[in-house]
Design a protein around this ligand. Structure first.
Ligand code: GLA
Length: 385
């Protein structure tokens, strides 16, 4: 999984004997605001320099020919037979299906794609795939949809084909990000503020546990349902529209019995995480990175104990990070049940941090974790050919 744009272009030209258009579609980080993008909360994502390159051209036929360089697998399927399939194919075809549902005159195309984003690493390779396909087809077929509309289309594709009832964070970050800024994304109004990422002297280090527990998708949908149930109960008793209208965790207490322990814990996490993310945005604007990092550790505790989406591998990495004085914040990132942790680490401490944590992880789980030093980049874009 380490293709450059030149590699992908070369593969395309060998396979299809023509010149492609080239695109880059990034994965994302999320600094804080986890599992609240489907709960009307605020989240803080940004696109990163780990992503997927696409070489693509319309082929004046009724056929989709698409090749994954990473998996060395292809599909060749008529537009009239677009249907659910497995793995990466679902994301490509899911996007085509959504264009078709809008009655847009989609044309057949040839495509090869590959990149440097780890699959199942919690960096949202799926949204990168959806974004690259939707953005390029939108341009090549001249559909004139804007970036926000494409993000929403990608989210529908994910709901309808792979069947993960995700929020809007990943697709939005993929389309709307700007270099060296993070977004404070309001997932109720689907709008964002850009906050400059002034982290001079620090690096954003991701550590991939290399595990992806199979529960992830079903548990994700389950969490969403639990939150919906909890909100119903709260709405009956309080004058609120959504979790964000609750400004104090004590407001939940009177509903604890009716909710039951599990739903109460989910709601408590959501209310706290929404408040935490708003506070984190203020701290970031004030350049208080230490305060920001403390909130990241708190988020991890909430995800572990209240929302229950962590796992022993992620907890191990966060506990080890906490012991290191150069790490000012760390937590699991993304859906959980495996994937990666995000760590904010003093520049001069990165090497010693990794030299300690990676072997310790190997010793504990007999797995070679991977680390990535990521930079924040702009959303999906065309690359000059
Ligand atoms: C996945 C989903 C997102 C978001 C995160 C958790 O990445 O795709 O919509 O819910 O999990 O914050």
């Amino acid at each position: 999984m380490n293709e450059s744009v030149e590699d992908v272009k070369r593969v395309f030209e060998e396979k299809f004997k023509e010149k492609p258009h080239l695109y880059y579609s990034p994965g994302r980080i999320n600094l804080i605001g986890e599992h609240i993008d489907y709960n009307d909360g605020f989240v803080m994502p940004a696109a990163i320099d780990k992503g997927i390159f696409f070489a693509i051209a319309l082929n004046n036929s009724e056929k989709i020919n698409c090749y994954s360089v990473d998996f060395d697998e292809s599909i060749s399927i008529p537009l009239s037979e677009v249907r659910k399939m497995d793995g990466w194919k679902n994301y490509v075809l899911g996007v085509v299906n959504e264009f078709q549902k809008l009655n847009l005159p989609i044309s057949g195309f040839n495509c090869a794609f590959g990149g440097n984003i780890p699959i199942g690493g919690g960096l949202s390779s799926s949204a990168a795939l959806e974004g690259g396909i939707s953005f390029s087809l939108n341009e090549l077929c001249n559909f004139r949809m804007n970036r926000k509309e494409l993000a929403l289309l990608g989210q529908r594709a994910e709901h309808n084909f792979p069947g993960v009832m995700c929020g809007i964070m990943d697709q939005y970050a993929n389309m709307m990000s700007k270099k060296n800024t993070v977004m404070l994304l309001d997932t109720k109004n689907i709008s964002n503020e850009y906050i400059p990422l002034n982290i001079e002297g620090y690096e954003i280090i991701l550590i991939n546990t290399k595990v992806h527990h199979s529960l992830a998708a079903s548990e994700y949908n389950q969490r969403r349902k639990e939150c919906e149930k909890g909100l119903e109960i709260l709405k009956r008793g309080l004058n609120i529209q959504s979790f964000r209208d609750i400004t104090n965790r004590d407001e939940l207490l009177p509903f604890k019995e009716e909710m039951g322990d599990k739903i109460y814990k989910r709601c408590l996490y959501v209310v706290e995480e929404i408040l935490r993310t708003k506070k984190a945005a203020t701290l970031l604007k004030e350049n208080d990175l230490t305060g920001f990092g403390k909130l990241m550790f708190q988020t991890h505790e909430g995800l572990k104990n209240l929302y229950e989406v962590s796992c022993k591998e992620l907890d191990f990495l966060v506990d080890a990070a906490k012991e290191n004085k150069d790490v000012i914040g760390a937590r699991l990132m993304g859906g959980g049940f495996g994937g990666s942790t995000i760590n904010i680490v003093k520049h001069e401490g990165v090497d010693s941090f990794l030299k300690k944590i990676l072997p310790a992880y190997k010793k504990q789980f007999n797995i070679d974790a991977e680390s990535y030093d990521v930079k924040v980049v702009a959303g999906t874009c065309e690359i000059d050919n």
